[in-house]
Design a protein around this ligand. Structure first.
Ligand code: MOS
Length: 711
């Protein structure tokens, strides 16, 4: 029996359930006697509530409770800093006082028998405010150095770094470019909105919640209510996209639990699409200044990368904006400075390829500008500056396949046929542009646990409290388990998404395959060895039949010291072809070719799907996505999917080629995987921006690249 299933393009094991609608998402866990909650939100960006009239709402039909800061129970809000919480600051407290921190700040909760009754009564509150001057415009703000920068791998980086003499090297550089790049705020916009169903049983709480981190939700809500984390069960088997918005337990989870406690009934709270712009995080607006110095022959002599981004007034969220700059290209003199502008907005959160997507956009556009200034091919320029090691940490890379990625992607793309001059390539009346960029993302690995249970009938049940927001965790973990146990995939049932299962880190930072996968592998290995030893046979099915009772094993995976000895990152190269209508300024992306050195690929089918999703996300970033903030009141003027544009099928490039270069990395983790979720988005926006320059001769440094900017 050959059962090696790692590396096979297996279709999603949960695909059928999703297609026929039997996969249950958070808002579908209806409970008996359930009530419905609606949130009333502030219409000013800062100030105090001076009056809040609830009488009319309280008398509306079907009303169970109207909670405001005046009558809501005081919550414990015990100190708690989870893996995904900013290190500095304090989470938003809801309904505890009269303060308003941001537009959309929850100021009341209406609980009713039906959703319609709750929504209607929520319109009946009369609220007056004493508004205060609000920081709503990042350009008017004063950037400050954060206390510390915590990356999505929960490590910290200094906000300011320097090696060599960057300023001196820039001043004496033979060729230099210096520009500012701007990316506006973006919102995650998964198709499934955030939702929580909360039910109390005495002091025990169950939350059916859209989450990328069930243990994080349980621990946070336990701290908020001052109860033991073991008394909070969080269930989240399916997640309809999240991209990072599900990494923290936002205030609506607290509100659902609070509503259920006061109502004495289960409560369902589902956010509207509009509310998704006011309480579940976003990719912060960034402003980045990049200065590059180089010798005439195209060697980088100086990189200065100075960026700032918005955070809230009550927490310091600082993503890994400049980390890639320190390691992506070889350069002896590098300066990075990362600052924050506190704004009257709710706290941002990681959004797919957090930090890297934004930072690499600025760096890789600047590199393209340098290639133009030097009259050197952009791929050749990068090859001339390929580092031998991580020059920031002075460590060897565990593996780095950048050269191979450039080579295979360029070949597949046909890059050698590019004519370098802008506006030199056409297709009829369309201007054609070819652009490229480098991609990178760190390899993350955090402790995880899994349990494997072998049954006498020769099947196995494997569990781990992971999430699957779309990449195919259900499937890839089933593969790892089947492969390790030596069982056909049909004999393995994997399940996830429940705090009754062994603990895992957040489903983010591209660490699930490495962390949870290694734990699943370890648990299955242990169970198999145990069963074979006790069953006295060398085939597992025979051993289990002989034993006649289940064999269970739990195992942990923990990162070793490889991170001290190696710099561990995925690398990739992205090439794009755009067509720009010279009269209408419309940009169509025709082709994206990406090559990735991402270690071992567990499932080429879901991995390709993951990368295609990242390419489309990067295309949205380049051409469409923009949460437009009205500086008068901090309101998002396009808080809906009609006006917040994301790519739809008709926008998707007809050609999306995903190439995984062969990369065996024995250092990163037991499975040899590097993670794919984030790197798939990195590099796409700069490759498109560079292609638009090549097509039109116009260098657009502010995203998104919309037709008005090209005319
Ligand atoms: Mo990803 S932004 O770590 O969910």
């Amino acid at each position: 029996m050959t059962t090696a299933v790692i590396g096979k393009p297996i279709s999603r094991v949960d695909g059928r359930a999703k297609v026929i609608g039997s996969a249950t998402y958070a808002a579908e866990f209806d409970q008996p006697n359930q009530a419905y909650a609606a949130v009333v939100r502030s219409t000013v960006a800062a100030g105090r509530i001076t009056s809040i009239e609830t009488a009319e709402a309280e008398q509306a039909p079907g009303i169970v409770a109207v909670l405001t800061h005046r009558n809501a129970p005081k919550l414990a809000y015990a100190p708690h800093k989870g893996f995904t919480d900013p290190a500095i600051g304090e989470r938003l407290h809801v309904l505890q006082d009269d303060r308003v921190n941001h537009q959309g700040h929850p100021i009341a909760l209406v609980v009713a028998d039906t959703l319609e009754q709750a929504n209607h009564a929520a319109t009946l509150l009369r609220v007056t405010y004493a508004p205060e001057t609000a920081a709503t415009d990042i350009d008017a703000g004063e950037p400050v150095l954060p206390t510390q920068q915590k990356t999505d791998q929960a490590t910290t980086q200094p906000p300011e770094t320097r090696r060599g003499d960057p300023a001196g090297a820039l001043a004496s550089a033979e060729v230099k470019v210096e520009q500012t790049y701007v990316i506006p705020r973006e919102n995650h916009n998964p198709i499934e909105m955030h939702a929580t169903v909360a039910a109390w049983n005495g002091d025990r709480l169950t939350l059916w919640d859209k989450s990328q981190y069930v243990y994080g939700v349980a621990e946070e809500i336990a701290a908020v209510f001052g109860i033991r984390a073991e008394n909070v069960r969080v269930v989240s088997p399916f997640v309809g996209g999240a991209f990072g918005s599900g990494l923290r337990a936002w205030s609506h989870v607290t509100l659902a639990a609070l509503g259920a406690r006061v109502a004495g009934r289960p409560v369902k709270l589902m956010l509207s699409r509009r509310e998704m712009y006011y309480g579940t995080g976003f990719r912060p607006h960034t402003v980045q200044r990049v200065a590059l110095g180089a010798s005439r022959d195209g060697r980088l002599t100086a990189i200065l990368h100075d960026g700032y981004e918005e955070t809230s007034t009550y927490e310091e969220f600082a993503e890994a904006l400049l980390d890639a700059t320190r390691i992506l290209h070889s350069c002896p003199n590098v300066y990075t400075r990362h600052r924050l502008v506190p704004m009257n907005v709710h706290t941002p959160i990681w959004m797919r390829a957090p930090g890297e997507a934004s930072g690499v956009f600025a760096l890789e556009c600047a590199l393209d500008e340098l290639a133009v200034a030097l009259d050197i091919d952009p791929v050749e320029l990068r090859l001339r500056n390929e580092p031998e090691q991580d020059e920031f940490k002075s460590l060897p890379f565990s593996s780095r396949s950048t050269r191979e990625c450039y080579r295979v992607a360029a070949e597949r793309f046909g890059w050698s046929r590019r004519t370098p001059k802008p506006r030199s390539m056409r297709d009829g009346r369309w201007l054609i542009g070819w652009g490229m960029a480098t991609a990178t993302y760190p390899v993350n690995f955090a402790p995880a646990s899994a349990m494997a249970r072998l049954l006498p009938d020769g099947t196995a049940e494997v569990t781990s409290a992971a999430s699957d927001m779309g990449p195919g965790t259900w499937t890839s973990m089933t593969q790892v388990a089947a492969d390790t146990l030596g069982l056909p995939i049909e004999r393995v049932k994997f399940s996830l998404g429940d705090t009754r299962m062994p603990r895992t880190p957040p489903h983010g930072g591209s660490m699930t395959m490495a962390s949870v996968g290694s734990a699943v592998q370890a648990a299955c290995r242990k169970a198999r060895e145990d069963a074979l030893a006790r069953g006295g046979a060398n085939d597992l099915v025979g051993a289990m039949a002989r034993l006649g009772q289940p064999v269970e094993a739990t195992a942990d995976s923990t990162p070793g010291d490889a991170g001290q000895r190696f710099s561990m990152h995925s690398f990739g190269a992205v090439f794009t072809e755009v067509a720009v209508d010279p009269d209408l300024g419309e940009t169509r992306v025709r082709r994206i070719v990406g090559a990735y050195g991402a270690g071992r690929i567990v499932n080429p089918k879901t991995a390709r799907s993951q990368c295609v999703g990242g390419m489309i996300g990067g295309m949205g970033m380049a051409l469409m996505e923009h949460s437009v903030v009205d500086p008068r009141n901090g309101r998002v003027t396009n808080a809906n999917l009609a006006e917040y544009a994301v790519p739809v099928h008709a926008d998707a490039p007809p050609v999306m080629d995903v190439i995984f270069v062969d990369e065996k990395d024995p250092h990163v983790n037991p499975l040899g995987v590097k993670g794919l979720g984030e790197i798939a988005l990195v590099g796409v926006a700069p490759a498109i921006g560079n292609a638009v320059y090549h097509a039109t001769g116009k260098r657009l440094r502010e995203l998104p690249i919309t037709p008005d900017k090209l005319l």
